[in-house]
Design a binder for this molecule. Sequence first.
Ligand code: PRP
Ligand code: URA
Length: 213
Amino acid sequence: MNKLFDNVYEFTHPLIQHKITILRDKNTGTNEFRKVVEELGMLMGFEALADLETVDIEIETPIESCKSPVIAGRKLAIVPILRAGLGLVPGILSLTPSAKVGHIGMYRDEETHEPHEYFCKLPDPISERVILVTDPMLATGGSAIDAINLIKKRGGKRIKMICIIAAPEGVKKFHEAHPDVELYIGHLDRELNKAAYICPGLGDAGDRIFGTK
Ligand code: PRP
Ligand code: URA
């Protein structure tokens, strides 16, 4: 993993890079795209949750009794940013099936590229959970910054975010707004174009996951 700033990491694992190449290919269809986003949710979520606290419990193996660790506390909230963030959730849930799932609805205005919130429902009490926010794309950073502002306003404290592809402009803005939030990036791309799309990117993640245009 490359450390880009304090709390900002870029994955270097060859399996993650291989899967991102599949997503970038314009010939990858909806079915495969969705499947690979789910797999990346599992691989990236696994790493992002490497510091979850554990507590030892006493159990009986078929041989003897022993102390063995389980995840401590109130566990995890996964919070996808709608719509595209939903694609990463099943892979993370396959690792942590008892996690609670919140949702934040954000869409980017096509002209101004400013994010607009249209939905927010978070598991209660959010303040006691590790919160893993998901969105495949971090472009200008506006949607992610606003989503995390909302979570913090409602009491969220221990926040991490995973995104598959990010633009340097967005990562800088995100880190300035939320230096306390751990950000995990699958690949840091070159730049944004005039329409605020990531280059080379993968196009519109929501449309490619859900088969819309
Ligand atoms: C996309 C993407 C992010 C946002 C990133 O969502 O999934 O949420 O754009 O752009 P930003 O960093 O410049 O804010 P979009 O608004 O297209 O909504 P969708 O997921 O419903 O397609
Ligand atoms: N949202 C996307 O889905 N793709 C981009 O490149 C930028 C924002």
